[in-house]
Write a protein that binds this ligand. Structure first.
Ligand code: K1U
Ligand code: ZN
Length: 184
């Protein structure tokens, strides 16, 4: 098992659109295990492959208190089941220490495959509905701060920069910045 570096806002790689998984290979199974371990270590309740710089349609989520019930969603499709939206305070492992309210439909249908290729078709509400929509956004290159004001986005950028500096000083592993062309 391995811990994977998580990309931080505003890294442009977070804007990449994820492609469908064609086959659950041994390599994808290893990625799933590593993403679950990375999510637990970062104390998150979800993680999209995009956040670890793997641009495929793969999400892991664990809402259990004991962190012993990870769920895997491959090639997920999410359909809102209600028009009304509810506000929920969201966080993001790619935007550390920033929390804000986002409005989303509170009931959705999830269709996907699990890690063994079994079909998932569920109607869900509450935190799972919020979390799967947040993770689906990652697969489309959308980050929850995109729903906030410009001012809040600027503050989020500054906050992330500060948090990463502190983490680097503390010797924590942070994801390398995307290599820049020599003339930039
Ligand atoms: O995608 C991610 O970065 C994971 C993210 C999932 C998420 C949390 C809250 C609402 C929507 C999506 C996190 O796990 S953030 C850290 C966290 O554990 C958390 C933050 C706020 C509320 C509950 C949990
Ligand atoms: Zn996130």
């Amino acid at each position: 098992m391995a811990l994977l570096p998580i990309l931080s806002y505003p890294d442009p790689r977070l804007r990449t659109i994820a492609t469908p998984v064609k086959e659950v290979t041994a390599e994808i199974k290893t990625l799933i295990t590593d993403m679950i371990e990375t999510m637990y270590e970062a104390q998150g309740i979800g993680l999209a492959a995009s956040q670890v710089d793997r641009h495929i349609q793969l999400i892991v989520i664990d809402l259990s208190e004991d962190k012993d019930s990870p769920r895997v969603f491959i090639n997920p499709k999410v359909t809102p089941l209600v028009e009304e939206k509810q506000s929920y305070e969201e966080g993001c492992l790619s935007v550390p220490d920033v929390y804000d309210k986002v409005e989303r439909p509170n009931k959705v249908r999830i269709e996907a495959l699990d890690q063994d290729g079994n079909a998932i078709d569920e109607e869900v509400e509450g935190l799972l509905a919020v979390c799967i929509q947040h993770e689906m956004d990652h697969l489309s290159g959308v980050i929850f701060v995109d729903y906030l004001s410009r001012l809040k986005q600027t503050r989020a950028r500054d906050k992330v920069r500060k948090v990463l500096k502190i983490r680097e000083k503390q010797g924590e592993q942070v994801a390398e910045k995307e290599p820049q062309p020599a003339n930039s």
